[in-house]
Design a protein around this ligand. Structure first.
Ligand code: C2E
Ligand code: MG
Ligand code: MG
Ligand code: MG
Length: 285
């Protein structure tokens, strides 16, 4: 169901209608084979430093090129992979690919800044006993410095986690890997809990910044973001905003003190080669 759309090679099909159209069991049955057949691929979406507009890295977003249904987005198969346990090998594959890619960017002379890569971790990966040793091995094999990797974990994945369950993340943070709290603001609301988490970045969910897409901005949204940024900075956390679709939004977020932005305004997720061109454009401007 790949659709041609403007300059993009396709648009991900609507998750809701497709979840209905494509039988769950059908997809579930072909998941393991899909990993073996190399049907997954990763698109990278730039992360831009708001103060000067430079590309600092990219988030790895997995896609499945299904032989019959075309390109499927993660919302259509990550939950299935999660419930069948395939998320562990699939997640490891994403980490390996992304680490290799980050290493390639960093050794390519065309990138002026050493680019970093963000990888999403699912709740089952967090519970997987060999997570830390797997990641250490992946970084080692790729020859990638731990500080070039940021792991994104959702607030919901950490709800109720005790010290024991947080230990793998703490170990990774101690190694120098960055941890970001993804979709921040949509889940657990006990803010004092934030202090206990080994995170360095809050990724603010895009629902908070929709009201800033066009002038005049929604004053309540502005206040909320202002409050979150101030809280984050008090806790020594940086703020990344996802889903930035307009220049008006980017201006607001920069003025409000958010460090990093990601969204269609800058670039849609795309092939890894594009990061070279994007960071070249920075250097030229
Ligand atoms: P996420 O980590 O919050 O990723 C951001 C999502 O927002 C991506 O959707 C991205 O394509 C989309 N997005 C980016 N900019 C904009 C924008 O300006 N406007 C709008 N409307 N959307 C924007 P995508 O690629 O469909 O990924 C959905 C979710 O799937 C991700 O949400 C993440 O939770 C999960 N996911 C993706 N790759 C992986 C993976 O390798 N492993 C795991 N466990 N989860 C993954
Ligand atoms: Mg993410
Ligand atoms: Mg997110
Ligand atoms: Mg999100």
């Amino acid at each position: 169901r790949a659709k041609a759309a403007g300059g993009n090679r396709y648009e991900l099909a609507d998750a809701d209608s497709d979840a209905r159209a494509i039988a769950r069991h059908d997809l579930t049955n072909c998941l393991p084979g899909a990993l073996e057949n190399g049907e997954f691929f990763i698109e990278y979406q730039p992360l831009v430093r708001l103060s000067d507009g430079t590309v600092r890295g990219a988030e790895a977003l997995v896609r499945w090129l299904h032989p019959v249904h075309g390109v499927l987005g993660p919302d259509q198969f990550i939950p299935l992979a999660e419930s069948t346990g395939l998320i562990v090998p699939l997640g490891r594959w994403v980490l390996e690919e992304a680490a290799r890619q980050a290493r390639a960017w960093r050794s390519d002379g065309r990138c002026r800044v050493p680019l970093r890569v963000n990888v999403n971790l699912s709740p089952s990966q967090l519970r997987y006993p060999a997570l830390v040793s797997d990641i250490v091995a992946v970084l080692d094999d790729a020859g990638l410095d731990p500080s070039a990797l940021c792991l994104e974990v959702t607030e919901n994945a950490l709800i109720g986690a005790d010290e024991e369950q947080l230990r793998p993340l703490r170990q990774l943070a101690d190694l120098g890997v960055d941890i970001a709290l993804d979709d921040f603001g949509t889940g657990y609301s006990n803010l004092s809990y934030l202090r206990r988490l080994p995170v360095s970045t809050l990724k603010l969910d895009r629902s908070f910044t929709r009201g800033m897409q066009r002038a005049p901005a929604d004053p309540v949204d502005v206040k909320i973001v202002e409050g979150i940024v101030s809280l984050a900075h008090t806790l020594d956390l940086s703020v990344t905003v996802e889903g930035v679709e307009t220049g008006t939004q980017a201006d607001h977020l920069r003025i409000l003190g958010c460090e990093t932005a990601q969204g269609w305004y800058y670039a849609r997720p795309g092939p890894p080669e594009r990061l070279h061109t994007l960071s070249l454009a920075d250097a030229a401007s």
